[in-house]
Design a protein around this ligand. Sequence first.
Ligand code: SF4
Length: 236
Amino acid sequence: MLTIIPDKAAFVLEVHRRLYEIYGVRIEYFHDLDPLSELVTTLLSHRTKNRDSAQAFQNLRNAFGSWENVRDADVDAIMPQLKPCTWPEQKAPRVKEVLRLITEKLGQLNLDFLGGMEVTAARQWLEELPGVGPKSSAAVISFSTLRGKALPVDSHHFRVASRLGIIDAKIGEGKANRVLEDLLPPNFTARETFDHHQVMMRHGQKVCLYYKPDCAACIILDLCSTGQSIVAKKGN
Ligand code: SF4
């Protein structure tokens, strides 16, 4: 039977509460990168498995030793280090260009100043860089040592939210980012906002899979009309 919670924000909070019961205890920040390094990882991570983008990131660090050296290197020298990623031929010039632009704007390669800005302004600053959208700016604010309050929405998170009817899939991941963040309780801390992304993403990775969601075993089946239809079809 479908449990109806008409208020969308209350619905999201109930989803969060239930998923947190399952995944919450194991959630940790997964690294301690400064904001500039986090930005580079987000540029590498587009449509790439975490393990592969982490390898490419490490390759860059090992080969060049500093972001200044990456900025000043030839694209042809950067590209082989990004081989574990998808599209190294696009990501190599993009990373170099972003590092160049940051130097041009700030006179140095360091994004720690973002920690002194209001989050909306910091995200806006980041999103003026090429290839940096709402998901990337949120990742820099939330995942880096800034540990700020911003909600990244990846493809798993997006899929779970749209199947639950929280958002219309047609709006796309970019817009979903702000819509989903606005539905969280205003008093959620940065850590709770990070946790929310993590529980939604993990549910998408473990249960609400792209091809075969395990709706019968899903702890939020009673909240999900998509899941109810899938289960009903299987029962026929
Ligand atoms: S019921 Fe199915 S479609 Fe809905 S969230 Fe759970 S796994 Fe995903």
